[in-house]
Design a protein around this ligand. Structure first.
Ligand code: HEC
Length: 131
């Protein structure tokens, strides 16, 4: 009798751990964990080619990502949104900035995944790593 109560209690704890687990791990995410989708990369490329390509080549972003190593991805998003394109800062839609970042990450070798990159959902817990 006592043992079966223990069993029930420990299964309840196991269940709680399973449900709470992913969010507890969110803090440890990096751009290596498939944090943007292939569709975002595709739209991002179109935006990139028309609004960013004239001033920067991909080599530039490689160096930029290196210098942002270990910083939250949201901070880079905010920085780009506030200052780029240099001739018209803030002129893109929020989604377009997000998709451009997905494209830049993809071009630098980071993998796509099933979850959309979203500045309102956990982008502050995704860290940049050096490409
Ligand atoms: C008219 C030219 C121009 C355009 C267009 C432009 N940039 Fe820039 N960008 C600059 C200049 C100038 C700098 C600052 C000097 C530098 O770091 O080389 C810069 C800096 C940056 C940085 C470094 C910021 C940092 O804090 O490390 C990033 C990232 C960046 N641009 C991304 C973009 C993206 C994404 C786009 C398209 C949405 C874009 N730029 C469009 C000229 C431009």
């Amino acid at each position: 009798m006592k043992n079966s109560v223990k069993m029930v209690i420990s299964s309840v704890f196991l269940l709680i751990t399973l449900v709470a687990g992913p969010s507890a791990l969110a803090q440890d995410k990096t751009v290596n964990d498939g944090v943007f989708t292939a569709a975002q990369v595709e739209t991002g490329k179109v935006v990139y080619d028309s609004t960013c390509a004239a001033c920067h080549d991909m080599r530039f972003y490689r160096d930029t990502l290196k210098s942002w190593d270990n910083q939250p991805l949201l901070w880079l998003w905010e920085s780009i949104m506030g200052t780029m394109p240099a001739d018209n800062p803030g002129s893109l839609m929020l989604d377009e900035y997000t998709d451009v970042i997905a494209y830049i990450l993809s071009e630098n070798g980071f993998p796509t995944g099933d979850t959309k990159l979203d500045p309102d959902a956990g982008m502050d817990t995704i860290n940049i790593v050096s490409p």
